[in-house]
Write a protein that binds this ligand. Structure first.
Ligand code: AP5
Ligand code: MG
Ligand code: ZN
Length: 217
């Protein structure tokens, strides 16, 4: 039962790869970004509190996201976990170690998706998801097979994230450089970091990650 962290700036492909691993390997995707967007959509007090912070592209408090992860960690006790967008600060990394240790688990791999920041702006601006089943697409890199129709569920309604505009993306990238990239040495010291070329096509990135999880890379 592997617990892996996908680390990389906005648009690096964390969500794309996590969703694929969840479907292919029965692991569970734990995305703090998705949890926060759910909280917003449900109109909960947490959702109201984080709305402005997310729309500005800044990080939500460690206490809020750590509590959300803690609530979801036991969704499936027999599945491996894919942490997508968490941890994002040193304090979150330490909190995750504690949460896992309490369950006799540990971080097995930290997969760093190495990408060119300029290319990410195009990825993010072109991104959209199915409003019904949540499948992720991209105007140029991953279009629907039939224009305007979801490949998976046939829905014709799609949505785009309010923080997917160029100005907010720049702030999200700056937050990544300032607060998240500095946690790499914390995991490098434990020999856990594996660097993957996140600029390769989606299927190639997936194959590289598979090789790491299978111990063949
Ligand atoms: P979050 O939802 O985590 O956003 P993010 O980190 O900015 O990352 P994205 O979801 O934008 O990118 P991704 O890496 O998942 O890329 P994707 O696979 O979609 O966080 C949002 C906000 O919530 C934060 O700004 C913060 O406010 C808050 N938050 C969340 N977690 C937090 C935490 N732990 N602490 C504090 N605050 C937190 O891919 C992007 C597009 O590119 C897609 O269209 C995809 O189809 C395409 N694509 C993917 N891979 C490839 C490829 N290899 N080649 C070509 N196209 C590709
Ligand atoms: Mg994502
Ligand atoms: Zn759909």
């Amino acid at each position: 039962m592997l617990n892996i962290i996908l680390l990389g700036p906005p648009g690096a492909g964390k969500g794309t790869q996590a969703a694929r691993l969840q479907a292919a390997r029965g692991m569970v995707q734990l995305s703090t970004g998705d949890m926060l967007r759910e909280a917003r959509a449900s109109g909960s007090p947490i959702g109201d509190k984080v709305k402005a912070i997310m729309d500005a592209g800044e990080l939500v408090s460690d206490a809020i996201v750590t509590a959300l992860i803690g609530e979801r960690l036991d969704t499936c006790t027999a599945c491996g976990a894919i942490f997508d967008g968490f941890p994002r600060t040193k304090a979150q990394a330490e909190a995750l170690d504690l949460l896992l240790a309490e369950r006799g688990r540990q971080v097995d791999h930290v997969i760093e998706l190495a990408v060119d920041e300029e290319a990410l702006v195009d990825r993010i601006i072109g991104r959209f998801t199915c409003a019904k089943c949540g499948t992720g697409y991209h105007d140029s890199f991953r279009p629907t097979k039939v224009k305007g129709v979801c490949d998976v569920c046939g829905s014709t309604e799609f949505k785009r994230r309010p923080d997917d505009n160029e100005q907010t993306v720049r702030t999200r990238m700056a937050e990544y450089r300032a607060k998240t990239a500095p946690i790499l040495p914390f995991y490098e010291a434990r020999g856990l970091v594996r660097r993957v070329d996140g600029m390769a096509p989606i299927e190639d990135v997936a194959a590289e990650i598979d090789a790491i999880l299978d111990g063949t890379a």
